[in-house]
Design a protein around this ligand. Sequence first.
Ligand code: 1CP
Length: 366
Amino acid sequence: MELKFTPLKNDLLLRAARGETVERPPMWVMRQAGRYLPEYHEAKGGRDFFETCRDPEIASTLTLQPVERYAGLLDAAIIFSDILVIPQAMGMVVEMIDKKGPHFPDPLKTPADEQYAEVLARDVDVGKELGYVYKAITLTRKKLDGRVPLIGFCGSPWTLFCYMVEGGGTKLFAQSKTWVYRYPEETKKLLHKISDICVDHLALQVQAGAQLVQVFDSWAGELGPATFKEFSEPFLAHIAQKLPEKLRSMGLDVVPMIVFPKGAWFALDSMCDIGYDVVGLDWLYDPADAVKVRGDRKVTLQGNADPGCLYGSKEGITKAVQTMVDGFWKGQGKGWIANLGHGITPGVDPDNLKHFFEEIHRLTKN
Ligand code: 1CP
């Protein structure tokens, strides 16, 4: 069943994602609703992070904050949630520790563990476990009232797997690498299980009102070309293939899909062929080189300024924008969604993000 909402007044992002020629590049930034905004801290108060995700009223308020602050500049909203709601739906406990990040008190240790068998065997009903995400999306669509499209998202199977075995953020990836190099088949079984849950979660987000979806493979670059091909790419491809099938079977329209394989510069060529409409790039790519790798394939590139440029001066930010505009946009007029190369970081002055948007606007005006 398709829900009815106010038609979009600004559908620039959807047109650019589909590869159409557009009047200017759409812009949004990863983690745009978050800690750099004083109004985020005000609205969140002392609440636990996952409690805010589970409260559709607060989650929608947080989603709208950047849309309101940057009205007329920002071309998308992204639902306030987290990639780690999937491990939670799979029965794992995930806490968010203030100023430290996510923590799993009981991560997966080895395939011989009882917990591994339990997680694999568990029949996960995301509709039941993550109903609050879908409620938040529907409420946000209503509050947006057609101002900009709403993006839904999930973590990639590989990135979620890393958190499930590491138990939180890591620099070494010791557990993830132990699994990859010691238990490759058991690792793939789990990745496959996670992939199917990602498809279900994305489909229900679309049913609830998400107009475009992004898969965050934040730890893609921890793998090398050969291991990425084995432990991440097939599962990203599985999502790209199954989601449209699932949406059609639910009587829903197919939505554009974005993949963000952070750090996997070696995979750009194959990422343009696995079924995504948009490939997100981090700042380690030279925009003009990425455009060359894409060639004439109908894939839109998204990114990719160093998020750290927003700690810079106005001139520094302008220079970073100019590099993107020259590489992605000049002589093209399509195929680019302006963004940072990763999430905006805490401590950035929100006015610097405004300057970033204004400069994209100014430097891409015909
Ligand atoms: O505007 C938005 O994008 C907000 C919605 C959002 C998204 C898309 C949040 C809220 N998290 C995410 C995705 C997410 N979460 C990713 C993929 C994007 C990326 O690579 O940045 C990842 C890796 C996570 C996991 C996570 N959640 C971390 C990273 C930990 C690590 O390993 O370094 C952290 C710090 C969180 C908490 C979190 N999620 C979101 C917010 C606003 C916060 C901060 C909570 C707080 O302290 O107030």
